[in-house]
Design a protein around this ligand. Structure first.
Ligand SMILES: Nc1ncnc2c1ncn2[C@@H]1O[C@H](COP(=O)(O)OP(=O)(O)OP(=O)(O)O)[C@@H](O)[C@H]1O
Ligand SMILES: [Mg+2]
Length: 240
């Protein structure tokens, strides 16, 4: 069997506490894998460390011990070009959509940024952007607004549409539909499922919505008292 696309092995994380030398441990020995074409969920109550795991994958925060790999290679030892390709192939929707867009820029400019960054060749960038917006039920007119002129749910959908522009192999979705009403959430999740079926995209879905993860996932890992397991039954659900 080939190496998982993403693997966290025995990862432990603590933050510095307010007192000198004190540490606050968020989780210990967390292990999970995401293989090609899988939808895997991380489920757990608020504050258990779900978003912290994503920030680690992008090396935005450190970890105490353990190993994080991409296609079998430790992410801290990837050569620059391979890290860049990983950043294209693994696209993330971070939890707060307001931080995902430059507040001074028109949405049109923010949407085009990854196409420039990853030198994506298309006959027409605007047409491609319009296609991805339509997949999420968004009008082109939103492109001429600034982030403060959009709802949280519109920004969440724009964030996912922007990920799709660079043909990712994997999506990391951190509460990516939390601001959507149920029908729009269902449309987004249908799209995610069809991307997996039609294009083999892998998905790591992060949520504290038990119903959502149960409906979507091939495998569910749940947090309980600072550890991660595949047993969802004993995990408290903060959304209920
Ligand atoms: N920079 C930081 N310094 C200190 N503690 C932090 C820092 N970032 C996060 N934490 C703490 O780490 C824990 C995990 O935070 P995280 O944001 O990963 O939770 P989460 O599972 O994503 O929660 P939610 O479901 O509310 O989004 C929380 O207790 C949080 O207060
Ligand atoms: Mg979070």
């Amino acid at each position: 069997m080939s190496a998982p696309l993403i693997e966290f092995a025995q990862v432990t994380k603590s933050f510095a506490g307010p007192l000198t030398r004190s540490r606050h441990q968020v989780f210990a020995n967390v292990s999970f894998t995401v293989h090609e074409g899988e939808i895997v969920s991380l489920f757990g109550p608020s504050g258990c460390g779900k978003s912290t795991l994503l920030r680690m994958f992008y090396q935005l925060t450190s970890w105490d011990s353990g190993r994080i790999t991409y296609q079998g290679t430790d992410i801290t030892s990837l050569p620059k070009s391979a890290r860049r390709e990983m950043h294209r192939a693994v696209q993330v929707v971070f939890q707060d959509p307001r931080n995902a867009f430059n507040p001074r820029w028109l949405i049109r400019r923010s949407m085009a940024e990854p196409l420039k960054l990853f030198k994506i060749v298309t006959t027409n960038h605007q047409t491609l952007i319009g296609e991805k917006l339509a997949l999420l039920g968004l009008e082109d007119g939103l492109l001429d607004r600034r982030p403060h002129q959009l709802s949280g749910g519109q920004l969440q959908r724009l964030a996912l549409a922007r990920c799709l522009l660079v043909s990712p192999r994997c999506l990391l979705l951190d509460e990516a539909s939390s601001m959507l009403d149920l029908s729009v959430q269902a449309r987004m999740m249908e799209l995610v499922k069809s991307l997996r079926t039609d294009e083999g995209i892998s998905v790591l879905l992060i949520s504290h919505d038990r119903d959502l993860v149960q409906a979507m996932s091939d495998r569910i890992y749940s947090f309980h008292d600072g550890t991660l397991s595949t047993d969802i039954a004993h995990t408290s659900d903060s959304s209920k």
